[in-house]
Design a protein around this ligand. Structure first.
Ligand code: FAD
Length: 296
């Protein structure tokens, strides 16, 4: 069994909870964190897991959902949202990015994310299904490694933020390198909280950013690099390639991209996950040391 595969799995069946949105915080122009109050119930989850939300429960989405179902010829599925919170925190939190609709490029308008981000849901009751997913630290992580490398892009930062807070709260002996890829500085999620964690735990936390479209040159420096995540940057940040554990989360080629690629006979353009996994494999990091969560 591999380093990460040996994680004891949580086979508990997901449960439906009715929760209250205690508070909504706009994090960036298109991304918001919803803090969920589970009332008397004590939510039992691991950092890095996710919940599902069924769009059919929202009356306001009824017509759009019916229209999309007619167009797509299938029922709209539940959407998954990783937990931004750690179990010791008072609220369960999800961070949602309002998906774009670009005429001519995206096939349908997004259904649920604009509503969660901009729907002024403070005080609303929601049904959520939780908790799911194996994107968690192994229980004996500090016997398996002393270095967890987090590679995230955009809202891919969500579960890793929860994992990082949890590991520090539990005083696990591992170091964390968090490499965050974003378009611009103002797209970076949890900036203040992450900087505070780095200040409080300078021996445990290292934050490095890569920005692909930042125009303000004064932003760049040792820990804020220009461009995409390159193999040489990973080589620099991960000297211990035989013993580290990597947690990578971000956009990947979607099933729709794949279908279009087949139709047009042109290969789908690799996205963050494909690119980063390619670099990690080129650096001889064993696939068994890489855990991944894709949002495609
Ligand atoms: C495990 C997991 C965790 C996740 N965690 C997060 C998170 O923490 N934060 C977050 O913001 N997101 C997260 N996501 C993504 C999230 O589940 C939703 O996919 C996202 O919010 C978009 O949902 P939507 O209803 O707004 O858009 P959708 O209606 O799902 O549309 C999204 C895109 O898909 C295209 N599309 C949809 N159906 C079709 C079709 N039949 N053919 C062609 N194109 C189609 C649309 O045109 C649009 O561009 C996660 C996903 C997974 C699997």
């Amino acid at each position: 069994m591999s380093a990460v595969e040996a994680t004891p799995s949580r086979s508990r069946k997901p449960v439906e909870y009715e929760v209250t949105v205690a508070h909504v915080r706009m994090d960036t122009h298109d991304t918001a964190t919803l803090f969920l109050d589970f009332g008397e119930t004590r939510p039992d989850y691991k950092a890095g897991q996710f919940i599902n939300i069924d769009p059919h429960q929202f009356h306001a989405l009824g017509r759009l959902s019916a229209y999309l179902q007619e167009q797509k010829g299938r029922k709209e599925p539940q959407r998954s949202y990783s937990l931004a919170s750690a179990p010791h925190e008072p609220h369960v939190a999800i961070t949602v990015k309002d998906e774009e609709f670009i005429p001519g490029l995206t096939r349908y308008p997004p259904l649920l994310s604009p509503f969660l981000v901009h729907g002024r849901l403070t005080g609303a009751r929601l049904k959520v299904l939780g908790f799911m997913g194996p994107y968690v630290l192994p229980d004996d992580v500090d016997q398996r490694t002393d270095h967890v490398v987090h590679l995230v892009a955009g809202s891919g930062a969500v579960p890793n933020f929860g994992i990082l807070k949890d590991a520090l709260h539990r005083n696990l002996k591992v170091r964390h390198t968090l490499l965050m890829s974003n378009k611009t500085w103002s797209d970076v999620l949890y900036r203040d909280e992450l900087e505070a964690l780095e200040r409080q735990h300078p021996d445990r936390v290292r934050l490095v950013h890569t920005l692909t479209r930042e125009l303000d040159e004064s932003r760049f420096g040792a820990n804020v690099r220009k461009g995409r995540v390159h193999q040489s940057l990973l080589e620099e940040l991960i000297p211990d390639r035989a013993t580290c554990l990597v947690y990578a989360c971000g956009p990947a080629i979607t099933p729709w991209d794949r279908r279009k690629a087949l139709e047009t006979r042109t290969p789908a353009t690799p996205r963050f996950m494909e690119t980063v996994l390619g670099h990690l494999h080129a650096l001889d990091i064993d696939d068994k040391r890489i855990r991944r969560e894709t949002y495609g």
